[in-house]
Design a protein around this ligand. Structure first.
Ligand SMILES: NC(=O)c1ccc[n+]([C@@H]2O[C@H](COP(=O)([O-])OP(=O)(O)OC[C@H]3O[C@@H](n4cnc5c(N)ncnc54)[C@H](OP(=O)(O)O)[C@@H]3O)[C@@H](O)[C@H]2O)c1
Length: 349
């Protein structure tokens, strides 16, 4: 039996969903994969970092969080005021980093990920900030310390796209990808295709909890840009800056434009794409990166009815397989927890 000791930093929607999932699947993981997973550290912003060498009682911590009690009420723990201080002073095999995404400087996740890798801990994350801004640098840091950095849940949550490309399609030459990577905008555009105007569709998405009160990151395309940067680094090994991605959001799309597209047998979608452009110079092929609305014919896999609402999809173009399309949920506490779980299991192989 392999023993894996985890520290979980970020105990909000995704962190708690992941903790619940691991508690549910603890016995299955032992039986199917021969791995016994224990949480030794848990942190949030309000209560800091708690640590117990012999493992924390997860149902107890979930109950403390549900009642808004300090996590430090868990018996027999050592406490630090900050996650970073706790991470640096304690020991675990894996950091699961699920603090909020910040696309300006990646903090606080960036410091957590760097500190853990530098200590020789594997890192599994759903946080798009560090992954979008510094995936290549962080992957190098992981290699230097002989550990893994895995980030399946940063793109399409637990729907396996990163592992599909990097592991399932190993050896194929990928030359392009096109995806619907933001559920909020897809929901709004689907609602507009059913006759709502933009403001009505946005209000509906907000009422259902699919869009934030400030929806800018989604509707202006920044979230999709972050995912595009992550895929550029992981698939093509290219470090792009956000401003190198051509970006246009959906705020100026009118109901009339959506209707005209429908009349012509097309659907408007916010499409994120990466494409290798052949070049003769010694610098190699250039990589074109775009996030913008486009009208897709109904037989395009990304325009299928199943890719409506909050669903996500990614089409991968490769030399040996022509086109592969992965469709699945792109958000949600359990769905994102699944991506983290798959990454944790992958660490033990
Ligand atoms: N929700 C999804 O469906 C989804 C899907 C894919 C990826 N993600 C990514 O997963 C991450 C977590 O999302 P979420 O929905 O769980 O967010 P959330 O509910 O806002 O939870 C964030 C957690 O991080 C904690 N935190 C903030 N700053 C911290 C710090 N300096 N040290 C320690 N903990 C800190 C917060 O503490 P407090 O509780 O004290 O505020 C909270 O517990 C984000 O990066 C998000 O982009 C989410």
């Amino acid at each position: 039996m392999k023993h894996l000791r985890l520290s979980l930093v970020g105990f909000g929607v995704v962190g708690q969903g992941f903790a619940e999932l691991l508690a549910d699947k603890h016995a299955d993981l032992k039986q199917q994969f021969g791995v016994d997973v224990t949480f030794v550290g848990v942190a949030n912003a309000r209560h800091g970092f708690i640590y117990r060498e012999d493992g924390l009682d997860i149902p107890r911590i979930l109950e403390l969080a549900a009642k808004q009690h300090p996590l430090a009420e868990h018996p027999g723990i050592t406490h630090w005021d900050s996650a970073l201080g706790g991470l640096q002073a304690s020991s675990a095999d894996v950091l699961v980093e699920v603090t909020p995404t910040n696309l300006r400087d990646g903090e606080p996740g960036m410091s957590h990920v760097r500190a853990a890798l530098a200590k020789g801990m594997h890192v599994v994350t759903a946080n798009k900030g560090p992954a979008a801004l510094a995936a290549t640098e962080l992957l190098t840091l992981a290699r230097q310390h002989g550990v893994q950095l895995r980030m399946e849940s940063t793109v399409m949550a637990g729907t396996p796209v990163i592992s599909t490309i990097r592991e399932g399609m190993a050896g194929a030459r990928v030359y392009g990808i096109r995806g619907i990577l933001n559920g909020t905008t897809n929901y709004i555009l689907s609602a507009m295709a059913s006759g709502r105007d933009y403001a009505e569709a946005l209000a509906e998405a907000q009422a259902r909890g699919y869009a934030e009160t400030d929806p800018t990151a989604d509707v202006e395309g920044y979230d999709a840009v972050a995912k595009t940067l992550i895929l550029a680094a992981l698939i093509f090994g290219r470090t792009l800056k956000p401003e190198q991605v051509v970006r246009r959001g959906i705020t100026t799309i009118s109901r009339e434009q959506v209707q005209t597209a429908l009349d012509g047998g097309k659907r408007i979608k916010l499409i994120a794409s990466l494409r290798l452009l052949a070049s003769d110079d010694e610098k190699g092929d250039a990589l074109e990166a775009r996030v913008e609305p486009g009208a897709l014919p109904l037989d395009d896999p990304l325009a299928l009815a199943r890719v409506d609402g909050v669903m996500n999809a990614l089409t991968i173009q490769a030399d040996t397989l022509s086109e592969v399309t992965v469709i699945g949920p792109g958000a949600g506490r359990m769905q994102t927890g699944q991506g983290l779980l798959a990454d944790v299991i992958a660490l033990t192989r």
